[in-house]
Design a binder for this molecule. Sequence first.
Ligand code: SF4
Length: 152
Amino acid sequence: MKKHHAEKLALSLVFIFKCLMPLLPVVIALLFWKKEYLFNYKNTLAKMKIHVSAISRGPVQHYFENILRFNKDVSEPIQGYCSQCGNCCLNRQCVFLEQPGADKYLCGIYSSPLRKFSNCSSFPINGNDIERYQCPTFQVITPYPVLLLKQA
Ligand code: SF4
């Protein structure tokens, strides 16, 4: 999708989310069948405001521009694994993020089939993704071996 279309769509979607904000904890409780989002309504709403603000600063546009119809032009070969640092979860601002232990983060909707309609299931698609969230354990595969030179 072209950049300016993606930008307009992203602005519209974020506007809709902001208008529907008080309903969003109910919506996610139903969509992901997790009653705690509703039972902890005030907490979920506070986290949802942070989440929507975070996705409005690039991730929604990135979704429409590169992920929805996977943009092969911007993808790069990637290697690595996830060490569950939570950086790519909107820098730990995702409403669905759970913290089972110190420095370990889990996606609370990881097993939902709906998750594949998000940026999360495709992260990282390229070096920009990795850099944006300072992912410590994925790298772009370079076509040439990297030689580390010792300083004299
Ligand atoms: S930034 Fe990388 S290591 Fe951290 S949670 Fe995301 S994929 Fe995993």
